[in-house]
Design a protein around this ligand. Structure first.
Ligand SMILES: [Zn+2]
Ligand SMILES: [Zn+2]
Length: 179
C-alpha cells in the first residue's frame, strides 16, 4: 500500500481511540489465541460492556500482559508508521472516547473465518458500515486481495458446526453478484 494511503488509514485508526496500533495488534492476536479466558483482553465472560468498551478503560488482567509478551510482533515493529504511532501519539489518553463497534456484530463468524475482510457473513451495509468502507476503498484500488469464503464453505460449516439457529439466506456479499 502506498505510504500516504496507509497514513490516512492510520489517522482513522487513531481517531477511533483504541490504544496505539502496536498494542491493538498485540491484544487482538492474544484475543484470538486465548479467546474468552483471563488472557483475552476483551474476555466476553466479563460481560457485554466490558467486552465492547470497558476493556479500553480498565487495567489489563495480569494474564493478558503475560501472554501478550509471548506474541511475535516483529512484523509490526519493522513497520515505521506503526512505530511512529507508538512513540509520538498516545491515543490511550482518549479513554473517554466510547466507540460504536461498526460491523463487529458477527464475532463468532470472525473467529471461524478470521481472513474474511468483512468479518461477518452478511454484506448488508446498514449493519456493516466497515464493509462499505473497505469496499469503497477497493473501488479506487487502495484495498485489494479481499478474501471471503464461498457460500458453499459457509453453508458446510454451519451445517457441521452450527447450532442450527443461523439463517442460511443471503450468506453472500451483495457485491458478489456484480463481480
Ligand atoms: Zn474476536
Ligand atoms: Zn479478530
Amino acid at each position: 500500500m502506498a505510504t500516504q494511503n496507509y497514513i490516512i488509514l492510520f489517522i482513522y485508526y487513531v481517531a477511533a481511540g483504541q490504544n496505539n496500533l502496536y498494542e491493538w495488534v498485540r491484544d487482538h492476536r492474544v484475543h484470538h489465541k486465548y479467546t474468552d479466558t483471563d488472557a483475552d483482553p476483551h474476555n466476553s465472560n466479563r460481560g457485554f460492556f466490558f467486552s465492547h468498551v470497558g476493556w479500553l478503560m480498565m487495567k489489563k488482567h495480569p494474564d493478558v500482559i503475560q501472554k501478550g509478551r509471548q506474541i511475535d510482533m516483529s512484523d509490526i515493529l519493522a513497520d515505521p508508521i506503526t512505530a511512529f504511532g507508538c512513540k509520538y501519539i498516545n491515543p490511550t489518553e482518549n479513554k473517554f472516547v466510547a466507540f460504536v463497534a461498526l460491523g463487529e456484530g458477527w464475532h463468532n463468524y470472525h473467529h471461524v473465518f478470521p481472513w474474511d475482510y468483512k468479518a461477518a457473513k452478511l454484506g448488508n451495509y446498514t449493519l456493516n458500515l466497515t464493509t462499505m468502507f473497505i469496499d469503497a476503498f477497493s473501488k479506487i484500488g487502495w484495498a485489494y486481495d479481499l478474501k471471503q469464503p464461498s457460500e458453499e464453505l459457509v453453508r458446510t460449516f454451519v451445517m457441521k458446526k452450527g447450532d442450527r439457529s443461523h439463517s442460511l439466506q443471503s450468506v453472500s456479499h451483495p457485491n458478489s453478484k456484480m463481480d
